[in-house]
Design a protein. Structure first.
Length: 85
């Protein structure tokens, strides 16, 4: 047995909007999981942040910018550093 549900125009808009937002969130989450995170060298990070190589290296050594064991810096570390400035 099927039920008939009556919604106001506003309720329908909210329901569709919520469904679309959830679908986009899931799509973006799955896309990010499949793509490896972009990483940078210290020199690339220095140029990207407008600082010298030695300053970028110092920020990494001080822990302000997180680097992987291989010395490369993931995009998320740069984003976190900029958020905390």
């Amino acid at each position: 047995m099927q039920k008939l549900v009556l919604l106001t125009e506003e309720e329908l808009k909210d329901a569709v909007s919520s469904s679309i937002k959830l679908a986009l969130y899931e799509f973006e989450k799955n896309r990010k999981e499949k793509e490896p995170e972009k990483t940078y060298t210290i020199n690339q990070v220095a140029k990207k942040l407008g600082m010298s190589f030695s300053t970028a290296k110092k920020r990494i050594e001080e822990g302000y910018i997180k680097a992987a064991k291989d010395g490369r810096i993931p995009q998320s570390s740069i984003t976190n550093y900029l958020r905390n400035q």
